[in-house]
Design a protein around this ligand. Structure first.
Ligand SMILES: C[S@@+](CC[C@H](N)C(=O)[O-])C[C@H]1O[C@@H](n2cnc3c(N)ncnc32)[C@H](O)[C@@H]1O
Length: 281
């Protein structure tokens, strides 16, 4: 039985980084009329209350989306766009809910685009299903996203984005991410794949970017943001990273401005920092 619930973490610094990158890629896909397919292998509930007992228990959003909103006036354009999506999801200025990755993708979806959303946890699946299950062009499945991805690639239009965002609750997720991306690139080499990972004291997490880099000779981008110290025992998430295969050519320039700004806003101690590396085609 899965214990991880994203509701405890919604809107934290990891979500902010991941959702900024997701929005940038979706915006880029929308520059052309031809439809795209979005596959969210680990979709979560779709959206989260920030007033419920889950989010309030750890209040991680206070050091994530709340801080970003508080600094909105000096925000780079991509961040301003993201804050507008969060505002839209709340139906106004008060921050009561936080949009998950399916909500952001749905906000960008046009009639010609498709969403395939996989979520294994029965409760989160139920919430996601009642939110998006009956929307046009959306499929919501309560099945393994690593497995389900295979039959969704390549998209008929050959335009697509995969978000791979496991909880890494089980260490085997690290190996599954690598194996699934490897196989997916064989099916759909031109797709954009966004893999999120936590910065935690685990050798698998530290090695993941290098293992992903070794899967491709094509273009990639890796962004990492470190904002917190691990606790006294060396546990806890000090930051997170995203590895993007076939990123939009504009993403590197956007993140060059966004990452230093984000680090200044989100850092909880004086060290830390950010990393941005990429290889163009
Ligand atoms: C980090 S959360 C997803 C957050 C979401 N992508 C977002 O950004 O809003 C990971 C989710 O994956 C689900 N999950 C875990 N293993 C899975 C699997 N093999 N297939 C599909 N979902 C899985 C968990 O129940 C959890 O809701």
């Amino acid at each position: 039985m899965l214990a991880y619930r994203h509701a405890f973490h919604a809107g934290n610094h990891g979500d902010v980084l991941k959702h900024l990158v997701l929005l940038a890629v979706l915006r880029h896909l929308n520059l052309k009329d031809k439809g795209w397919r979005y596959v969210d292998t680990h979709a979560g509930a779709g959206g989260y209350s920030l007033q419920g007992t889950f989010a309030r228990k750890k209040a991680e959003y206070v050091q994530g989306i709340s801080l970003v909103r508080a600094h909105a006036s000096g925000a780079p354009p991509l961040v301003a766009d993201y804050l507008e999506r969060v505002r839209e999801f709340n139906g106004g200025d008060a921050l009561r809910q936080y949009p998950g990755s399916p909500a952001l993708a749905h906000a960008m979806q046009r009639p010609q685009d498709q969403l395939s959303l996989f979520e294994l946890h029965p409760t989160d699946h139920r919430v996601l299903s009642s939110y998006l299950g009956k929307q046009a062009g959306c499929e919501v499945r309560m099945s393994d996203g690593f497995e389900g991805l295979k039959s969704r690639l390549p998209p008929p239009t050959r335009r697509g984005l995969v978000l791979m965002d496991p909880s890494y609750e089980l260490d085997r997720d690290y190996a599954l991410v690598v194996a699934t991306v490897r196989e997916s690139l064989q099916r759909f080499a031109d797709g954009t794949y966004v893999v999120w990972y936590p910065q935690v004291s685990k050798v698998q997490a530290a090695q993941l970017p290098k293992r992903l880099r070794n899967l491709t000779t094509g273009a990639w981008l890796h962004a990492r943001l470190t904002v917190a110290r691990p606790d006294a025992r060396g546990f806890g998430m000090s930051g997170s990273g995203v590895f993007v295969f076939n990123p939009p050519h504009t993403l590197h320039a956007q993140l060059k401005t966004v990452l230093p700004w984000l680090h200044g806003v989100l850092k909880q101690f004086d060290d830390g920092g950010f990393l941005l590396e990429h290889k163009a085609d």
